[in-house]
Design a protein around this ligand. Structure first.
Ligand SMILES: Nc1nc(=O)n([C@H]2C[C@H](O)[C@@H](COP(=O)(O)O)O2)cc1CO
Ligand SMILES: [Zn+2]
Length: 161
């Protein structure tokens, strides 16, 4: 009898992989962020990446980081986590977890808390010492939303599309 495959990907690799794959859809030249929301029994409920709201053209709205505030992306871009929450049309996200390639900002943490997501698994924390992320952790701690850093397996996943 043939044995089962041994090199299948773990749940964490699978969901973080899906989050990162979604991030590849982002048009942001600097940070491509992806999110994947997962039910307590490991079903994918929703996916998102950072981009401008529907109707706000990627070719018209600005992608710059600096300059006049109104000419930077920050007023306009929807973060991957919020997009994943808003993309979900199935009812409640209560008790779910979110895999995200970058630690959530304060605004996304508000949405995460209020939508009932109970755990965050993040990869990069490159803005961890900014006020937005410090405020974010404050709220998550107060609300009892757990967060843990994704432990990279270092495995390269190769798919041909
Ligand atoms: N958690 C996050 N999720 C996100 O989707 N973003 C998005 C907003 C911007 O499009 C981009 C950050 O741009 P930059 O400041 O690294 O050039 O990533 C940012 C954060 C950071 O908190
Ligand atoms: Zn955010």
């Amino acid at each position: 009898m043939s044995e089962k495959r041994q090199d299948y990907i773990s749940w964490d690799e699978y969901f973080m992989g899906v989050a990162k794959l979604a991030g590849l859809r982002s048009k942001d030249p600097n940070s491509q962020v992806g999110s994947c929301i997962v039910s307590p029994d490991n079903k994918i409920l929703s996916i998102g990446y950072n981009g401008f709201p529907r109707g706000c053209s990627d070719d018209v709205f600005p992608w710059s980081r600096e300059g006049d505030e109104l000419d930077t992306k920050y007023f306009y871009v929807t973060h991957s986590e919020l997009n994943a929450i808003l993309n979900y049309r199935g009812g409640s996200l209560e008790g779910s977890k979110i895999y995200v390639s970058l630690f959530p900002c304060n605004e996304c943490s508000k949405a995460i808390i209020q939508s009932g997501i109970r755990e965050i698994i993040y990869d990069s924390d490159k803005y961890g010492d900014t006020p937005a992320v410090i405020a974010s952790r404050k709220m998550l701690d107060a609300a009892g939303v757990h967060y843990r850093r994704y432990i990279r397996s270092g495995r390269e996943l190769k798919i041909t599309v």
